[in-house]
Design a protein around this ligand. Structure first.
Ligand code: NAD
Ligand code: UGA
Length: 434
């Protein structure tokens, strides 16, 4: 089976490599020439664990190739996946479909023989029908169907999420399209992964509803963490006690500085806009977004209070800048809100991140000192702020940390360490909700 993957970002590149691993013959296309040049030179433009080896293996087997030329691959493809970005549109918060529509137009021009054009990007309800209209208008003689196949992988665990997903969702209109998609996903069917076949609109909405619900769990526990602090309860005990109820579930109840990343923030906002467009309201999702913004502000206040009421002139050793560990992605990272707020009030920032520092240099205000070694951040610091729970920060030599610091404040925004242990070591320790 010949597959064309349009977009070589986090989703396109991982999906292309995984479909190739399933045995399909995949060509991944991007309009970013530099990205494709690097991929053709054997370099992976993003940090995603396991991806380099998977790509190399499938390129060597000639199951996977990269190009910038639509004309070279679309005509021979059975399935064309659109996996381009759908960021927040400036000004109104809707999903920006510029890239999806441009890809659809470019694909349309080169279609030859029956082809299924599949939206993998996260797109508002109705987009598959828009893509269908664009293709039909651009190339009236094209023989094609559209389908929706939203992606649920997480950055940092993308390959295992793709290879062993909880489910595959297929929005389809014809049996012919369904048969091709089922054949592509057959390796997952063999390991009994549920496949949800539904209409285009439902498939599109499932993706937003799932992300909004996960964001709801996070905002719920973050709000509980504030209450725990007020009443003297431990949010971890609360989360465990709640989460052991199978109807609630334990996952995504970890408090922190608020959710970030390229998806939850933009997708919750886009979902609210979709509802508004259809004269519906989503009060819960609106509240989830509000609580997330509040949580970031609450973290700024927490750090301020921990260093004695004013961050002016205080040196903060910041561990982790990316929105979560095991990725170099800085999009909507809580650090991009929390650190500028502290710097505005005169805080001095010494920061480390295992993968995110190049990107952070572009996005954070000038004046941050970036340290190649995490221990270098502690030199002369008044306080440590653990922002992202990279494994490298879980096993710190804490006596050495204290020895390097000027002060003894440790603000753990991910609750990596135990409050009692930290107090015993001599830290003034501040977690979230404990
Ligand atoms: P990304 O920004 O990493 O990659 C998008 C790529 O598309 C870029 O390389 C860009 O150059 C390319 N592109 C733009 N226009 C193009 C065109 N006309 N033709 C060919 N290539 C083009 O984005 P991403 O994180 O991979 O996300 C892609 C989609 O998948 C989004 O809708 C996102 O919401 C969704 N999604 C993302 C994740 C994730 O973890 N990142 C998970 C699930 C779903
Ligand atoms: C998320 C979803 O988990 C994926 O299923 C989905 O495919 C993807 O969005 C998407 O649509 O793009 P991702 O953003 O990569 O994946 O990362 P998550 O692991 O979900 O984390 C998102 C944010 O929530 C991070 O900032 C993380 O620190 C935060 N989080 C997560 C918490 O604060 N607490 C938790 O319990 C879980």
């Amino acid at each position: 089976m010949n597959v064309a993957m349009i977009g070589a970002g986090y989703v396109g590149l991982v999906s292309a490599a995984c479909f190739a691993e399933f045995g399909a013959s995949v060509t991944c296309l991007d309009v970013d020439e530099n990205k494709i040049e690097r991929l053709n030179a054997g370099e992976i433009p993003i940090y995603e664990p396991g991806l380099e080896a998977l790509v190399a293996r499938n390129v060597a087997k000639k199951h996977l190739a990269f190009t910038t030329e639509f004309a070279a691959i679309i005509g021979g493809a059975d399935l064309v996946f659109i996996a381009v970005g759908t960021p927040t549109r400036r000004g109104d918060g809707h999903a920006d479909l510029t890239f999806v529509c441009a890809a659809a137009r470019q694909v349309a021009r080169h279609l030859r023989g029956y082809t299924v054009v599949v939206d993998k990007s996260t797109v508002p309800v109705g987009t598959a029908r828009d893509v269908k209209r664009i293709i039909a208008e651009t190339n009236p003689s094209a023989d094609f169907d559209v389908a929706s196949n939203p992606e649920f992988l997480r950055e940092g665990a993308a390959i295992s999420d793709f290879m062993r997903p909880d489910r595959v969702v297929l929005g389809i209109e014809t049996e012919r399209a369904a048969a091709l998609l089922r054949a592509l996903y057959r390796p997952l069917n063999l390991i009994e992964i549920p496949i949800v076949e539904t209409d285009l609109e439902s498939a599109e909405l499932i993706k937003y509803a799932a992300n909004a619900f996960l964001a709801t769990k996070i905002s719920f526990i973050n709000e509980m963490s504030a209450l725990c602090e007020a009443v003297g309860a431990d949010v971890h005990a609360v989360a465990r006690g709640m989460g052991l109820d199978g109807r609630i579930g334990r996952k995504f109840l970890h408090p922190g500085p608020g959710y970030g990343g390229s998806c939850f923030p933009k997708d919750t906002l886009a979902l609210v806009r979709i509802a508004q467009e259809h004269q519906a309201t989503l009060r819960i999702v609106e509240a989830v977004m509000h609580v997330n913004a509040t949580q970031r502000a609450r973290m700024v206040s927490k750090i301020r209070k921990a260093v004695g009421g004013s961050e002016a002139g205080k040196t903060l050793a910041v561990l982790g800048l990316t929105f979560k560990p095991e990725t170099d992605d800085m999009r909507e990272s809580p650090s991009l809100v929390i650190l500028p707020a502290l710097m505005d009030k005169g805080a001095i920032i010494r920061a480390h991140d295992p993968q995110g520092m190049d990107e952070a240099r572009e996005l954070l205000p000038h004046g941050v000192s970036y340290c190649d070694d995490s221990y270098a951040t502690f030199e002369g610091a008044d306080a440590v702020v653990l922002m992202t729970e990279w494994n490298a920060y879980r096993g710190l030599d804490l006596r050495r940390v204290l020895g390097l610091m000027k002060g003894n404040v440790f603000v753990d925004l991910r609750n990596v360490y135990e409050p009692e242990d930290m107090s015993e070591l001599g830290f003034s320790y501040h977690g979230v909700g404990r």
